[in-house]
Design a protein around this ligand. Sequence first.
Ligand code: HEM
Ligand SMILES: *[C@@H]1O[C@H](CO)[C@@H](O)[C@H](O)[C@H]1NC(C)=O
Ligand SMILES: *[C@@H]1O[C@H](CO)[C@@H](O)[C@H](O)[C@H]1NC(C)=O
Ligand SMILES: *[C@@H]1O[C@H](CO)[C@@H](O)[C@H](O)[C@H]1NC(C)=O
Ligand SMILES: *[C@@H]1O[C@H](CO)[C@@H](O)[C@H](O)[C@H]1NC(C)=O
Ligand SMILES: *[C@@H]1O[C@H](CO)[C@@H](O)[C@H](O)[C@H]1NC(C)=O
Ligand SMILES: *[C@@H]1O[C@H](CO)[C@@H](O)[C@H](O)[C@H]1NC(C)=O
Ligand SMILES: *[C@@H]1O[C@H](CO)[C@@H](O)[C@H](O)[C@H]1NC(C)=O
Ligand SMILES: [Mg+2]
Length: 258
Amino acid sequence: MKLTTLQVVLGVTLAAAEAQCGHQWTAPGPDDFRGPCPMLNTLANHGFLPHNGRNITKDITVNALSSALHFNKTLAALMFEMALIANPAPNATFFTLDNLNVHNVLEHDASLSRSDAFFGNNHVFNETIFDETRVYWTGPVLDANMLANGKVARQLNSKAFNPKYTFTSTMEQFSLGEVIAPIVAFGDLEAATVNRTLVEYFFRNERLPTELGWSIRPGVVSLDNISKLTGIMGNATSLITTAQPVVSTRDLHAGSFF
Ligand code: HEM
Ligand SMILES: *[C@@H]1O[C@H](CO)[C@@H](O)[C@H](O)[C@H]1NC(C)=O
Ligand SMILES: *[C@@H]1O[C@H](CO)[C@@H](O)[C@H](O)[C@H]1NC(C)=O
Ligand SMILES: *[C@@H]1O[C@H](CO)[C@@H](O)[C@H](O)[C@H]1NC(C)=O
Ligand SMILES: *[C@@H]1O[C@H](CO)[C@@H](O)[C@H](O)[C@H]1NC(C)=O
Ligand SMILES: *[C@@H]1O[C@H](CO)[C@@H](O)[C@H](O)[C@H]1NC(C)=O
Ligand SMILES: *[C@@H]1O[C@H](CO)[C@@H](O)[C@H](O)[C@H]1NC(C)=O
Ligand SMILES: *[C@@H]1O[C@H](CO)[C@@H](O)[C@H](O)[C@H]1NC(C)=O
Ligand SMILES: [Mg+2]
């Protein structure tokens, strides 16, 4: 029996090591390109994408999103095509992480963890900005409402204080995809929830939260799964609710709601 337990433990350890094989995390160096996307930066840090953040081709993107996060390959190819517009070269066949930093192409205002371009650097993780978002992450398990509230709060802050605030309906669609992305990478697709500790670790370290016990989901992530989540998130950004039973003023004065 002892041998069986040992074999199981060894087997699990080996499987975990195998998943990480060749994909150790290494911090970016001074000449490595990084961008506004915490996940693409993460995948470059792990070597799923070129560590220097350059020459990211379709094959490289599809293999990275498929092997690191079990994205459907058709979906990953679609995402690559969208990224390609960020490379200004005619008929480009690759993009760099630095290409993504150009403001108002794919990068937009009111990011969850980056400053608006108007205020300074629009692509390096900024803890002050991330704190504005995290105020609304009010439980240990993030749900659609908490994620939506953080997003709307960042937009309100930008709209109020950034005279150049820009947020088109196309940007809104991308933004909804970004806000649900932590659920897609680390969470529960069915419940639309994700462990807050894993998400904070990911944003701050640009590293897969493997050492916190995360492992790649067994199933494949489809465009359907993402569309469903963006629909839920779009609804959750609304500030309108259904009617609730009104608490009478008598009860309020009595201090009793029970
Ligand atoms: C080819 C694939 C991808 C491209 C080209 C891409 C590009 C971008 C860009 C340009 C932004 C910046 C938008 C902004 O101004 O906030 C962004 C943000 C983001 N991306 Fe990606 N992304 C890709 C895949 C992914 C994947 C697979 C995930 C995770 C499952 C992800 C997670 C995020 C998150 C969470 C943000 C929001 C960061 C923030 O608001 O601070 N991305 N992405
Ligand atoms: C990018 O990679 C492709 C395929 O590996 C290669 O043909 C091309 O020369 C590379 N381009 C640059 C700019 O490094
Ligand atoms: C990926 O998605 C495409 C198109 O939506 C579908 O035809 C294909 O079966 C999916 N592949 C996997 C492995 O789920
Ligand atoms: C880009 O592709 C188009 C259509 O295939 C072609 O006409 C054009 O010459 C190409 N441009 C460059 C700079 O290669
Ligand atoms: C973070 O963003 C704030 C607000 O835009 C800005 O004042 C601050 O300089 C930024 N911090 C860093 C380290 O870039
Ligand atoms: C994810 O998508 C797959 C294929 O489209 C589907 O079978 C599955 O039910 C979806 N899961 C959720 C939680 O939506
Ligand atoms: C979230 O993940 C952390 C790190 O693995 C774990 O300690 C914590 O118990 C998890 N929280 C919940 C609510 O499952
Ligand atoms: C979003 O709200 C609309 C209107 O209440 C509803 O019809 C739709 O099913 C909701 N979508 C999701 C994905 O929950
Ligand atoms: Mg931004």
